[in-house]
Design a protein around this ligand. Structure first.
Ligand SMILES: O=C(O)C(=O)C[C@H](O)[C@H](O)COP(=O)(O)O
Length: 206
């Protein structure tokens, strides 16, 4: 499985912070039924790895990956959980070495031309552009695309339903990451139909 195929599966990758294990399966089903095929579960809560397992069992046809992969511990936790892919907000020599020895698709984060060049030198052609809005938004991606046209991005960070199309219109953007479809109140209310509707809105973005 390639990171390209995973990222090309839908225009948006929901970035999920899972608080309750009981929400994992129905949330994954709602997001997938709404057309979002790749789900990024951030390792920011102690139940995240277990949630990945439950989501994969509930929606085996989905690509269930981990986010906030920042060191060997989180990398190993992702592998143990059976993550279909991994995403990091930035990158370190340790993570680059681990990613290059693993067959789990890895999407490293970058925010500057130098970081993009460093990752490209290690063979990465798909990068997370994070934090997208704070790091310069679409203007930054257009500028980076000039000298580095062979790198494709999944911008994430501060992107909304309204601004996502501006990123998706860029030649060097394959999809965006976002949290706007993960309304905390709807999840608290277990309103999975409403979550599915927000996912559908996101999945129909061009
Ligand atoms: O936890 C990580 O590893 C992250 O990279 C953080 C997420 O990308 C942001 O939480 C995106 O959140 P929004 O800004 O609401 O789209």
């Amino acid at each position: 499985m390639s990171i390209e195929k995973i990222l090309a599966s839908a225009p948006v990758v929901p970035v999920v912070v899972i608080e309750k294990l009981e929400d994992a399966a129905p949330l994954a089903r709602a997001l997938y039924n709404g057309g979002l095929k790749a789900l990024e579960i951030t390792l920011r809560t102690p139940i995240a790895a277990e949630a990945v397992k439950l989501m994969k069992a509930e929606v085996p046809e989905a690509y269930v990956g981990t986010g906030t992969v920042v060191d060997k511990a989180s990398f190993d936790l992702s592998v143990a959980a059976g993550a279909d892919f991994m995403v990091s907000p930035g990158v370190s020599d340790e993570l680059i070495a681990l990613a290059k020895t693993s067959d789990v698709p890895f999407l490293p984060g970058a925010a500057t031309a130098s970081e993009v060049m460093q990752l490209a030198s290690h063979g990465f052609k798909y990068l997370k552009f994070f934090p997208a809005e704070a790091a310069g938004g679409t203007a930054m991606l257009k500028s980076i695309g000039g000298p580095l046209p062979h790198i494709t991005f999944c911008p994430t960070g501060g992107i909304s339903l309204a601004t996502a199309p501006n990123y998706l219109a860029l030649n060097n953007v394959i999809c965006v990451g976002g949290t706007w479809m993960l309304d905390k109140q709807l999840i608290e209310n277990k309103d999975w139909q409403a979550i599915e509707a927000l996912a559908r809105q996101a999945s129909e973005l061009k």
